[in-house]
Design a binder for this molecule. Structure first.
Ligand code: NYM
Length: 213
């Protein structure tokens, strides 16, 4: 029956500049949501464990040179590899917390000067998130965080451009949170919207969409 409401998991994405606190927040939110009794799992992009992921990782550590557009397509392929698994989880009622997504893909490549429409192309049709939490902090603050500068792209001038490009990708599903604050305060602000979106998806009132809508 096509009118029947389908319960499903929610797709929740965390985005932001390098060192904005995404990984830390995913860890604490995952614990809280699981303690609440929600069925939640976690993913991060790039997934450095697959063969495309290893090429990407080597590029990010500046051990390999690759054409910017070839790398862009690799990042996208690295997501498409996960499409089936993600789709299965969501249909089976498991929610997913994702560390970076196609928005990072577009923001980083477009910030190098490539055409925005070209950058959007490869991820067209991929699963659209139900909620995007954008952790926002001035690049001057992030620059002081430990490990900053170890990988490609981690410099202030480039990060400011990436931040501007992220701004162009925001939709109604984005929640922007100031992230130069104590970890617990940020978690407090984002956990309720996460619980709410998971409940809405469980109730079957939200259909799964595709990028770039
Ligand atoms: N990145 C990440 C891209 O350039 N394109 C993408 O599609 C994705 C998902 O890789 N600097 C960049 C952003 C980061 C780096 O870092 C991944 P981390 O610390 O693994 O999130």
């Amino acid at each position: 029956n096509s009118n029947e409401k389908m319960s499903r998991g929610a797709l929740i994405v965390l985005e932001g500049l390098d060192k904005s606190g995404k990984t830390t927040q995913i860890k604490s939110c995952l614990e809280i949501l699981r303690a609440d009794g929600f069925d939640v799992c976690q993913l991060s992009f790039p997934d450095r464990t697959t063969s495309t992921g290893q090429l990407i990782s080597s590029f990010l550590r500046e051990q390999t040179m690759l054409d910017d557009r070839a790398v862009h397509l690799l990042f996208s392929a690295n997501r498409w590899e996960k499409w089936k698994e993600m789709n299965d989880w969501l249909s089976n009622g498991t929610s997913i917390l994702v560390d970076r997504y196609a928005y990072s893909g577009v923001a980083y490549t477009a910030s190098k000067g490539y055409d925005l429409d070209w950058c959007l192309g490869p991820d067209k049709g991929f699963i659209a998130p139900d909620l995007v939490v954008y952790l926002s902090a001035p690049s001057t603050v992030l620059q002081g965080r430990s490990g900053y500068g170890e990988e490609r792209y981690e410099n202030k001038a480039f990060q400011s451009r990436v931040s501007e490009t992220f701004g162009k990708l925001k939709t109604k599903k984005w929640l922007t949170v100031q992230s130069d604050r104590p970890i617990e305060e940020i978690t407090h602000d984002i956990i309720t919207p996460m619980r709410n979106i998971i409940r809405s998806c469980q109730s079957g009132s939200l259909k799964l969409g595709t990028l770039w809508k």
